[in-house]
Design a protein around this ligand. Structure first.
Ligand code: PMP
Length: 399
């Protein structure tokens, strides 16, 4: 699933050009920040505790589950029982466990474009992913008609991610209401991948587990703690029991120090909600920074010839339509994977190929980078593609 930067088909005419010595990697999706002092202090306390090397509680540390429950309480305005939260090894293991519990031996509708890992996570969880093309007129999002067209007797669930990785489009309350109504009428479960919840204008604050909904969250993106590997599943009691069984027999408990750090950060964020600290610290600051980074990336990439950025309302990515570059076979590329490899090699800019996201002919970049890095990447792409276009014109002219 991951792009392999190593095995590009070489474009011979560019060989004498050395790849950039300092590659800019915009291919992954993480927000890099130092661990805040409150989290470091929590880890230090854990290290000094006699239980540091013991198994953490199987369902997750009580203080972390309480902090997650409190987060959803603040967001939804409803009572949330920490007993319905299960801590997992990152959001992706939460997805795995929920999918295995809900849809093993059945089908899951996956709106396209989608996070590149979904097809494999679904497959490993014993289900079959059925891609549902999003509506080009509406941000490539799906609606009940599109879901109905893909539904079969084996459909158990729909995997809804908002804002969407990679497009950044979000399901607003009205769209979510129609999906929820559709799912309830057909006894199908929405698996809500809530990992980017704060990063866009269309925050879904109606998330609520029940017979037709389960919520997957995590500390990686919104709390910038990807390396800690802390995620969770918020589910109704029956599904929670099944999810816990799967977690117990696959990863077991998540590392205690990682949970302590995540709990400290979530508690801090929960306490800041509704106070002036909420805008200066953590989640709100990151959301504001990302909005600016999306705008900077959009402006910078708009100047790159043969690639056309698709404005993103939210999320941490920007997609580029590469159809013009591909139509001209720039850098000898016949598809987005080849173009991606060639741009990494020739321009020193690492992107991700859209075909791995169900979006062939596109490239994806992560915007969670300093503005000058985004602008330098755009300049490199411009000079590389301009040179490639000139060469291809010369080659065509000579032929
Ligand atoms: N869902 C989506 C849409 C993602 O993009 C990611 C990570 N890129 C995850 C889930 C999983 O995040 P993690 O396992 O790091 O918590």
């Amino acid at each position: 699933m991951n792009d392999d930067p190593g095995s590009a088909t070489s474009a011979p005419f560019l060989h004498e050009k050395a790849p950039a010595a300092d590659p800019i990697d915009l291919s992954s999706g993480q927000i890099l920040e130092p661990l805040p002092e409150i989290a470091r202090a929590a880890v230090r306390r854990m290290l000094d505790s006699p239980r540091v090397a013991a198994y953490a509680p199987g369902t997750g540390a009580t203080e972390l589950r309480s902090a997650v429950a409190h987060h959803y309480r603040l967001r939804t305005g409803t009572a949330v029982d920490a007993e319905h939260i299960t801590i997992t090894a990152g959001g992706r293991h939460g997805l795995f466990a929920a999918i295995a519990a809900v849809a093993r031996d059945g089908e899951i509708l996956v709106p396209a474009p989608y996070w590149s890992h979904y097809p494999t996570v679904v497959q490993l969880a014993g289900a079959t992913a059925v891609a549902v093309p999003g509506d080009p007129e509406h941000g490539l999002l799906v609606d009940p008609e599109r879901l109905d067209a893909a539904r079969t007797r084996r459909t158990r669930a729909v995997l809804v991610n908002s804002p969407v990785n990679p497009s950044g489009a979000g399901y607003d309350e009205e769209r979510m209401r129609s999906l929820r109504g559709w799912a309830a009428d057909r006894d199908i479960r929405l698996i809500i991948d809530d990992i980017y919840w704060a990063y866009g204008p269309d925050v879904d604050n109606r998330v609520q587990p029940g017979p037709h909904e389960v919520v997957i969250g995590g500390a990686s993106k919104v709390y910038a703690l990807a390396g800690l590997r802390v995620g969770w599943v918020w589910a109704d009691p029956r599904l929670t029991a099944e999810v816990r069984e799967i977690v117990e027999h696959t990863t077991g408990p998540v590392s205690g120090p990682a949970q302590a750090a995540a709990a400290a950060v979530l508690r801090h964020e929960n306490d800041a909600v509704g106070t002036s600290a909420a805008t200066g610290d953590g989640v709100a600051r990151r959301a504001a920074e990302l909005a600016t980074q999306r705008a900077v990336a959009l402006e910078a990439m708009s100047a790159v010839p043969y690639l056309k950025p698709l404005p993103a309302a939210g999320g941490i990515y920007l997609c580029l339509d590469a159809s013009q570059a591909l139509a001209r076979r720039l850098l000898g590329a016949d598809d987005d994977q080849q173009l991606c490899r060639a741009l990494r090699r020739e321009a020193g800019v690492g992107l991700r190929a859209g075909s791995t996201f169900g979006m062939p002919g596109h490239l994806r970049l992560c915007v969670a980078e300093p503005h000058d890095v985004l602008r330098t990447a755009a300049r490199r792409l411009t000079s590389c593609l301009t040179a490639a276009a000139e060469l291809s014109l010369t080659t065509v002219g000579e032929a």
